[in-house]
Design a protein. Structure first.
Length: 239
């Protein structure tokens, strides 16, 4: 049965979650920038104006009677103060001059416009690519198709290496007869280790298993287990 790669689940979910978070922060920034901050600024201006009117009519009423029009204006101003205070859970705080700039660059542009595509793009890119190893050893890659005879070597120097760049320990390179090196990346592609293992086992059966495990280490582990079972036999159950 051919071995086909798909996107690694942890790569998909990691990028999807970060993309959703960036989108949410971007929408949050847009809401603050377009609605919340302008409304808050308008409330602060309206509250200051209404308080000045209330203070003016209070001072004026202490020395002379107010006419009906002035009383109506006074009551309207007090109503505005009460409404704005109630709506904001107290007197609103005037936004900083930098608040809208921060929302624009950090949240709308940084998270929404740049961050969301940054995490969505790898998902689309990896999903669009596919590696297939046919039963006859033919390797189909996004850059071309190579028969088993064209695959002359596989560089496993970084595969599961215990030193150096950890990211590279997920990778191996197939070498073709014309010298081309093809990256096989198990970090981003699910089932890639099976392709790597199948090719490595075909070319170097004494060094690698079909599951891309070091044959010597696997044999040592099996011998150790057999030795342990021999030295510590399980007691027979009473018949």
């Amino acid at each position: 049965m051919p071995i086909r790669t798909t996107i690694q689940p942890f790569v998909f979910w990691r990028n999807a979650i970060f993309a959703i978070l960036c989108l949410v922060f971007g929408l949050w920034g847009w809401y603050d920038y377009s609605i919340k901050i302008p409304n808050l600024e308008a409330d602060c201006v309206a509250l200051d104006t209404a308080k000045e009117q209330v203070k003016k009519f209070e001072t004026q009423s202490a020395t002379a009677d107010l006419n009906e029009n002035e009383k109506a204006q006074w009551n309207a101003a007090k109503k505005v103060v009460e409404e704005i205070t109630r709506r904001n859970g107290g007197a609103p705080t005037k936004p900083s001059p930098y608040d809208r700039t921060l929302q624009m660059w950090l949240y709308i542009i940084g998270c929404g416009v740049l961050g969301t595509p940054f995490f969505v793009w790898p998902i689309l890119q990896i999903t669009r690519k596919q590696f297939v190893l046919e039963d006859d050893g033919t390797l189909r890659t996004p850059t071309g198709t190579f028969s088993a005879a064209q695959i002359v070597d596989i560089d496993m120097s970084r595969w599961c290496a215990k030193e150096g760049d950890r990211r590279s320990t997920w990778t191996a390179h197939v070498v073709t007869s014309d010298g081309k090196r093809i990256l096989l990346d198990d970090h981003d592609f699910k089932n890639m280790h099976l392709i790597i293992g199948a090719i490595a086992h075909r070319l170097m059966p004494d060094r690698w298993t079909a599951h891309a495990k070091n044959a010597a280490e696997t044999n040592d582990a099996a011998e150790s287990m057999n030795s342990s079972e021999t030295n510590n036999p399980q007691p027979k159950s009473a018949s």
